[in-house]
Design a protein around this ligand. Structure first.
Ligand SMILES: [Zn+2]
Length: 76
């Protein structure tokens, strides 16, 4: 009974490690496909902070760093 439990723990640990390695490898591979030159930043129309384009919120040609600033910009 105890050895069976030990095996189960061993399998879970090894499986988890393998999964983590695969995930890390995939991320590495993905990032190498997208060169840094395509990385673009945009400016928040409310506070002026620069942030990655894919993280920005877009509306009517303006970019925002968060929903709060998007609302604040519309309110003024
Ligand atoms: Zn902002």
């Amino acid at each position: 009974m105890f050895s069976r439990l030990l095996w189960l723990v061993f399998i879970v640990v090894v499986g988890g490690m393998l999964w983590f390695r695969i995930k890390r490898f995939m991320r590495k591979h993905k990032s190498s496909q997208a060169p840094m030159t395509t990385f673009q930043t945009v400016r928040c129309a409310h506070c002026g902070i620069h942030l990655p384009e894919q993280e920005a919120l877009r509306e009517d040609g303006n970019s925002f760093c968060c929903v709060a600033h998007q609302k604040a910009f519309k309110a003024r």
